[in-house]
Design a protein. Structure first.
Length: 346
């Protein structure tokens, strides 16, 4: 495992300890070695997990109904390009992609051709809609261990073992704001907060849609969730050992949507809506899209209805996945939050 050797070398060079956030950055994003930087297939039935766009076109066609008011779309981390393929076809607008993985850029270009354009950096003044679908869950998180004697940062020691050190700085300040019963281990996404502030600062006019699995803070740090939300995905199997196959499998943590909303507000954006994925898609007109599909070809309706089941069912993606929209200077309301808006819970 080249990634494992690279990580062990860094731990040794750092004196025997690195933060888990640094470990996660190396395991997922290190150029040429990390999970998202390698050539292995990640998305879809033949990969390690299936995202909503990988199920078929229903998710993208429904989301497109919300995005019609925007002239430009910027997708962050476009994965296999499945969502971009549908949205660029449905909307016929300028479609930009910001992707950090050279391997994924190549795959997206092969799939999309001239329908989308890759950008190397975030535009300084962007006007339009920004989409981040299952992006934040893969951002590095710090692990915190609340103990009777104090707040510790849980990092990685020699031979990929857990090792605690006293938390300091920004992480300690963030951990002190969270009330949990000790002992308690969970994640704090400092990188996600910084990312949100950066995104908002570049957004001159429009909306940013974050679609991911997660909770508001009071649910994220629930007393019964005392071991955190860290999870790994390998060939459609989930487990909780991030040291098992570094560089060869996905490592994720659920999203703290309260933290993202607060970061956006601190950067000058307005929270435009927060809802479950099921509520958002129903408000956007997924039933109408299903009706169109049935009218187009009744023989193809059954598999599309199966997509709807996965997207909407509380036992599948409907309740665990949430949609958070933040923005600036947006005059038209967003249909996706017309009913079931949970902003009060943030």
């Amino acid at each position: 495992m080249p990634a494992r050797s690279r990580i062990l070398d860094e731990i040794a060079a750092a004196g025997g300890w690195i933060s888990f956030a640094r470990y996660m950055q190396l395991a997922l994003h290190e150029p040429g070695l990390g999970y998202y930087a390698s050539g292995a297939r990640k998305f879809g039935p033949g990969g390690d997990f299936v995202t909503a766009p990988e199920l078929g076109s229903l998710f993208g066609r429904t989301l497109a109904r919300e995005l019609r008011q925007f002239d430009r779309i910027l997708e962050i981390g476009a994965g296999s390009g499945a969502l971009a393929e549908v949205l660029s076809r449905e909307l016929q607008c300028e479609y930009l992609i910001l992707e950090t993985s050279a391997d994924l850029i190549h795959r997206q270009q092969q799939r999309l051709g001239q329908r989308a354009r890759h950008v190397q950096r975030l535009p300084e003044r962007f006007r339009g809609a920004v989409i981040a679908n299952e992006v934040v869950d893969a951002m590095p998180v710090h692990l915190v261990h609340w103990t009777e004697s104090g707040i510790m940062e849980r990092g990685v020691g020699p031979n990929l073992t857990w090792a605690d050190r006293p938390a300091t700085g920004e992480l300690l300040a963030a951990a002190r704001e969270i009330e949990v019963p000790a002992p308690y281990v969970s994640e704090i996404g400092l990188a996600a907060r910084a990312w949100m502030r950066t995104m908002v600062e570049s957004l001159e006019q429009g909306a940013l849609f974050v679609i991911d699995y997660g909770f508001p803070r009071h649910e994220y740090y629930h007393p019964q969730r005392a071991t955190g939300t860290l999870m790994c995905h390998y060939r459609h199997q989930a487990h909780a050992d991030p040291f098992l196959r570094p560089g060869e499998e996905d490592i994720t943590a659920h999203v703290d949507f309260s933290a993202l909303a607060e970061a956006a507000h601190s950067a000058g954006a307005e929270v435009l809506g927060y809802a479950s994925q099921a509520s958002f898609l129903v408000n956007c007109g997924i039933t109408e899209v299903l009706g169109e599909a049935n009218a187009e070809n009744a023989l193809h309706y059954a598999p599309i209805a199966a997509q709807a089941q996965k997207l909407l069912s509380p036992a599948e993606m409907g309740e665990l996945f949430k949609v958070l929209a933040v923005g600036r200077a947006l005059t038209a309301p967003l249909a996706g939050f017309s009913r079931g808006d949970r902003r009060a819970s943030l």
